[in-house]
Write a protein that binds this ligand. Structure first.
Ligand code: AMP
Length: 214
């Protein structure tokens, strides 16, 4: 059965960390719109340099840029058995597009990771990511074995430019205006499940496994 999981929630709720654990457990690819955009930015593609102007301000990249990248991935061979998506959709237009991109085979579940603003600002300020493989760390709760170095690929950890407090606040504001309406969108389709994003990683992961029953 094709398994399709959409991780919704404000920035810092843990979508990337939880998604990468579930990706290993279920053997499904994790498709992160933020990672795809950062990859394009790094490679200096036209889409990437257009997107960068919005990303550095904490604003949403125009729908058509993101939708094209996501569509390419989701309809490719990598996602034949299903996928986990993190960071997409972020607007109603994106959600409607996703409905047309994804076929009806199998099951779709939407998990909303819930967390309060103060918690999110603190978590994002303490987040570090590997500049090489993108693995996510937290200076207190999920530190690397060796300070500043990725456990997996040995490259240096960095703080994302948009993980600075002023930009984090902007991202939360954008989230509330543009993305939070998706809660109702998916609730009305009866596929939405709320899970706390403030607990321990393993607790959140096991709750999602119980909900999905995959
Ligand atoms: P993330 O890694 O999910 O926190 O995303 C980082 C930044 O990439 C966001 O602040 C947006 O500027 C941009 N971005 C990621 N996903 C989307 C999306 N689905 N729609 C529009 N912009 C996005």
């Amino acid at each position: 059965m094709k398994k399709k999981l959409i991780l919704l929630g404000p920035p810092g709720a843990g979508k990337g960390t939880v998604g990468s654990r579930l990706s290993v457990i279920w053997g499904l690819p994790l498709i992160s719109s933020g990672d795809l955009l950062r990859e394009h930015l790094k490679r200096g593609t036209e889409a990437g340099s257009n997107a960068g102007k919005y990303m550095e301000k904490g604003e949403l990249v125009p729908d058509e840029i993101v939708i094209k990248m996501i569509e390419e991935k989701l309809t490719g061979p990598l996602c034949r058995e299903g996928f986990i998506i993190d960071g997409f959709p972020r607007t109603i237009v994106q959600a409607e597009m996703l409905d047309t991109i994804v076929d009806d085979a199998g099951e779709t579940k939407v998990i909303y990771l819930k967390a309060g603003d103060d918690f999110l600002v603190e978590r994002l300020s303490l987040r570090r990511v590997c500049g090489g493989c993108g693995k996510i760390y937290h200076l207190v709760n999920l530190p690397p074995l060796k300070e500043g170095i990725c456990d997996f690929c040995g490259r240096a950890l960095i703080q994302r430019d948009d993980d600075k407090e002023e930009i984090i606040r902007r991202r939360l504001d954008v989230y509330r205006r543009m993305t939070a309406p998706l809660i109702e969108y998916y609730r009305s389709k009866n596929i939405l499940h709320m899970v706390s994003g403030e607990g321990k990683l393993e607790d959140t992961v096991s709750e999602i496994k119980k909900i999905a029953k995959w």
